[in-house]
Design a binder for this molecule. Structure first.
Ligand code: PMP
Length: 402
């Protein structure tokens, strides 16, 4: 049986902050004891570099590091562990694809298609690349509910489109995008697709093979793992033909004065000493996630989100931003007369942690003609009682400003 209280007991953070309602999970999730202790244990007992030392401890670390690669591959349904590149996070993964994959292929007049709901991490790398290459960034709008306009998407892509990049789950609206449909439509025109899975990697069933995704990126810290570690999944045929964007040791086969021959992927994209403890921590986070029944977790989170939405809607003057039919575990809201930062500050004084602002989706906020939202994002350790506390505090704040 799914029990948020039992799950919560695995997170030491909450015993240090018994009064805190933590609803900033879309920004970063808390970490279970297994991840925290595992990282500390690695540094205490096993700390060595990977792929270099020939002594036993170093060989063990290298083995563990590669085992996590396999674990990640299994977690997202990748064919092989060689499809998995360790990065520092979603942002780094997208930049790598923009620089190593798309830059050499993009000609003046070509187009890159994204949506208006993209996080800056999936916006700026394409915008800057298009600027440098005199290519055009085309942006697909959303409807009033915050859902991607699929018919506009179909009209936007063309022979000129060299890349489609789309977020799986919007961090501002909670919208779950129909990524399989996006990929299928794009592939009919032979356009490769990158999916930003930063907000979906924790509790969604990801199967990159079934999706036929060309690239899929996510971050460890939004799925109970450490910061500074992330994943770029890429199809083999693409990774093989990509030139690395960052150069250095350990990512090579042969280096001569005249020339360097790079290692096979994924190694060629991992130059220099990597975030080994981060990789170990990510492996433990996946181990933790694998023990949670994903289906039950999603049902629980949907109920919690519906409850929060229904209760918030009863408050005078509150407007929910993002009312997609398929929505993840977050609720964004605004008041006409209360700035999101003021609301979040008042909630903060009541020990309720929410995020306020544009959530790194400024073009989306411009599109919606709002300065930002207050966002409460939920995780498997959150409870209905916590939602009640937040709703009470929002109601009091609204009354104060009235
Ligand atoms: N995309 C989305 C949808 C996100 O929510 C975030 C993080 N807020 C990112 C990309 C960037 O992730 P990171 O900061 O871990 O690189």
């Amino acid at each position: 049986m799914f029990d948020p209280e039992i799950i919560r007991s695995h997170f030491p953070f909450f015993s240090h902050h018994p009064e805190l309602v933590y609803f900033a999970n879309a920004a970063t999730t808390q970490k279970p004891a297994s991840v925290i202790r595992g990282i500390a244990g690695f540094y205490e007992k096993e700390n060595t570099n990977v792929h270099r030392g020939l002594y036993k401890l170093a060989a063990n670390t290298s083995q563990k590091y590669e085992q996590v690669r396999q674990k990640v591959a299994d977690y997202i349904g990748a064919e092989k562990k060689e499809n998995i590149v360790f990065t520092s996070g979603t942002t780094a993964g997208i930049n790598l694809v923009a620089q190593s994959f798309l830059a050499p292929r993009l000609q003046p007049g070509d187009e890159v298609v994204i949506s208006i709901m993209e996080h800056h991490a999936n916006f700026i790398p394409w915008q800057q690349l298009c600027k440098n290459k005199k290519a055009n960034l085309r942006i697909v709008p959303i409807n009033k509910k915050g859902e991607l306009d699929i018919s506009a998407f179909k009209k936007t892509i063309s022979q000129k489109t060299k890349m489609v990049a789309a977020v799986h789950v919007s961090n501002s609206l909670g919208t779950i995008n129909p990524i399989k449909e996006i990929i299928d439509i794009s592939h009919k025109k032979n356009i490769p697709v990158l999916i930003d899975g930063a907000q979906s990697a924790a509790h969604f069933d990801i199967d990159v093979n079934k999706l036929d995704a060309d690239f899929f990126v996510f971050s460890g810290h939004k799925m109970y793992g450490p910061t500074g570690i992330g994943i770029l999944y890429g199809k083999e045929e693409f990774l093989i033909n990509m030139q690395p964007a960052v150069f250095g040791g350990d990512a090579i086969k042969d280096v001569r004065i005249e020339e360097t021959i790079f290692a096979d992927p994924p190694k060629k994209f991992e130059p220099g000493t990597q975030n080994i403890a981060g990789v170990i921590g990510l492996g433990l986070a996946i181990g933790f996630l694998n023990k949670i029944n994903k289906k039950e977790a999603r049902i629980y989170l949907n109920k919690l989100t519906e409850y929060a939405t229904d209760e918030l809607k009863k408050i005078n003057g509150l407007e929910i931003i993002g009312r997609a039919k398929n929505k993840s575990a977050l609720v964004s809201f605004i008041f006409e007369n209360i700035h999101p930062h003021d609301m979040a500050t008042f909630l903060g004084a009541e020990n309720i942690a929410v995020r306020a602002g544009n959530h790194c989706t400024q073009p989306l906020m411009d599109f919606l003609k709002i300065p930002g939202t207050v966002r409460a994002s939920f995780s498997v350790y959150n409870t209905f009682a916590e939602v009640d506390r937040m709703v009470g505090a929002v109601r009091e704040t609204e009354a104060f400003f009235r």
